[in-house]
Design a protein around this ligand. Structure first.
Ligand code: GAR
Length: 209
């Protein structure tokens, strides 16, 4: 059990581009399949569809990036301050392509989670994100790929895995098809995993032990 098994958990979501995972989580909060609320969205991309999706749902959305804060440390603190301002319990990286800074990681120790569209440690690390992951899977003619949800640390795609799902694929399906297939599963997998966290079935403080 952990302190997240409350009536409803408050989420801070970071997203860079399309925000289809953000949308799936907002929808699950709205339709009651997840006892949580999205308190705030942060994006490093001012024109992202993720920002538009959040605002359309009445959720405050902030653009914070190297263009708003040229110093990495200042940006890290600004992100932390916004997440604290909205009293979030848990931070979700839903297609967020930037590294999380030490101030956020320290303040929200064991409370930052990311999803990666492959079976980590395969196809992960610096430069491996979004379409690049699916391209690598197809190029390698892998017969399976998947989704990994893990605690975030100071390295890309690195912290303890808390939840993983395998998906069978055929390289002949092509990159776009594989991507769509993985993302369809990923939308549901976020909700399943967040429910387990909320119920205390996944204990973030003991992940990886
Ligand atoms: C998602 O598939 C997510 O797993 C991936 O980017 C996509 C974003 O889609 N994240 C990474 O590759 C991080 N290493 P979305 O913006 O439509 O939610």
């Amino acid at each position: 059990m952990n302190d997240l098994d409350a009536e409803s958990i408050s989420l801070g979501i970071l997203a860079s581009h399309g925000g289809s995972n953000l949308q799936a989580i907002m929808d699950a909060c709205d339709n009651g399949s997840l006892k949580a609320n999205v308190a705030v969205v942060v994006s490093n991309n001012s024109g992202s569809l993720a920002m538009r999706r959040a605002r359309k749902s009445g959720i405050p959305a902030y653009h914070l990036s190297s263009s708003t804060h040229s110093d990495d440390g200042d940006l890290d603190v600004a992100i932390k301050n916004i997440l604290k301002k909205y009293s979030v319990d848990l931070i979700i990286l839903a297609g967020y392509m930037k590294k999380i800074g030490p101030s956020v990681l320290r303040t929200f120790h064991n409370r930052v989670i990311n999803s990666h569209p492959a079976l980590l440690p395969k196809y992960g690390g610096k430069g491996m994100y979004g379409d690049r992951v699916h391209k690598a899977v197809v190029k390698a003619k892998s017969t399976e790929t998947g989704i990994s949800i893990h605690l975030v640390d100071e390295h890309y795609d690195h912290g303890p895995i808390i939840s993983q799902k395998t998906i069978a694929v055929d390289s002949a399906e092509g990159v776009e098809f594989v991507k769509k297939k993985v993302q369809k599963h990923e939308h549901r997998f976020w909700v399943t995993t967040l429910n387990k966290i909320q119920k205390g079935e996944i204990d973030l403080d003991n992940a990886g032990h």
